[in-house]
Write a protein that binds this ligand. Structure first.
Ligand code: DNO
Length: 355
């Protein structure tokens, strides 16, 4: 594995590259052109400038999270080919700059969803949290305001204000899209992009739906091992792979996280490692990475990745807000740096004990 850190780019991220460079073991960043809207082409000059900036800090670009997918592709509307052509052009431009990993998601309308961005825990830290009753009480059109009110002024990944302003129109677009249709549209998209992925050896890593069940009546398919296997079979190419995000799959306690990892050898291209603490079936909050702070056995998760020979980028995922840091919720420096150190420690111990 390669230890990496998510970085949203100068002007968007509160954490500068030089600080990331000082986290022990981190050699690469997972980054993006954060101002790009779904459907826009990423120009070669912009990608090159991003690459130069990252490399000047002594790091490199380990992958992109995300190149977002236009809704026309997800709903399969007549103009989807235009947007797929643009996506292919972006992939080609990334491939030419030696970038070989792209994380994306296929969630309708909303990306990851939480009911709170700053729930206070007993130690005074604040975390992202999800309560189903609270979500059930929110109208979808108010979801954006609810998500952003505690965002510390940050633009939230996947919650672009431009898209959210069109929320009613977006819901209308998905009126006739059910799970089967979403699978079909994903297959169509993947089949069209596989040639460029093969040409430039770009690993596509679908991010799970978070939480791993339908929200607001919208279908969600990247939720469990059966659906992932279906997706791997329907476009059976090693470049069609997954982002294994423990915190997203783990929202559903029926998902056996180490078991899922073990049944996807060669198809996990990217790993997001974090812990959740369940307070009830309908309520969870994001915990520190340490196993004893939450509900997951982080040792077993990291060991499963080690055992399948996972060699892609891994990154700590959402951190708690601690030590009076003010940053994008989930993406401060301090707790993610602690998470990095912990995952590095688990990895070293597992690799040495296997000798
Ligand atoms: C949230 C992230 C997601 C993820 C996208 C991938 O913190 O995990 O926004 O990056 O779903 O496309």
């Amino acid at each position: 594995m390669e230890m990496t850190f998510r970085w949203f780019g100068t002007g968007f991220d509160t954490v500068p590259l030089w600080k990331i460079r000082q986290i022990p073991g981190v050699t690469g960043v997972i980054t993006t052109l954060y101002d790009k809207e779904p459907g826009e082409i990423w120009e070669p000059e912009r990608i090159r400038a991003l690459r130069s900036e990252v490399e000047a800090s002594g790091l490199h670009i380990s992958g992109i999270e995300s190149v977002n997918i236009h809704d026309a592709i997800k709903v399969g509307s007549p103009d989807r080919d235009l947007y797929i052509d643009r996506y292919i052009q972006t992939l080609e431009n990334l491939g030419k700059e030696d970038i070989h990993l792209v994380c994306y998601n296929f969630m309708p309308v909303f990306d990851w969803t939480r009911s709170e961005l700053a729930r206070v825990r007993p130690d005074g830290s604040t975390v992202l949290a999800y309560n189903q009753d609270a979500i059930d009480a929110i109208k979808p059109e108010n979801m954006f305001d609810n998500m952003t009110k505690d965002a510390n002024g940050a633009r939230l990944a996947g919650w672009e204000p431009e898209r959210m302003a069109r929320i009613k129109e977006l819901f209308g677009m998905y009126r006739d899209v059910d799970e089967e249709k979403l699978f079909e549209n994903l297959k169509y998209f993947l089949e069209r992009i596989m040639p460029v992925c093969n040409k430039y050896d770009i690993r596509m890593a679908v991010h799970p739906d978070d939480p791993a069940w339908p929200v607001f009546g919208l279908p969600r398919i990247i939720t469990n091992i059966d659906n992932l296997k279906r997706m791997m079979r329907m476009v059976d190419d090693p470049h069609n792979g997954v982002t294994f995000c423990s915190g997203s799959y783990g929202t559903n306690p029926e998902n056996d996280l180490p078991g899922m990892i073990r049944s996807l050898p060669g198809r996990i291209h990217f790993a997001h490692v974090r812990n959740l603490k369940f307070n009830s079936e309908r309520d969870f909050e994001e915990a520190a990475h340490l196993s004893s702070d939450g509900s997951f056995d982080m040792y077993e998760i990291v060991k499963a990745l080690y055992d399948i020979g996972f060699d892609g980028p891994i990154r700590p995922d959402h951190g708690r807000m601690i030590w009076e840091e003010s940053a994008m919720p989930g993406y401060g420096l301090y707790d993610r740096a602690l998470g990095t150190a912990y995952i590095n420690g688990l990895w070293e111990a597992i690799s040495k004990s296997g000798r």
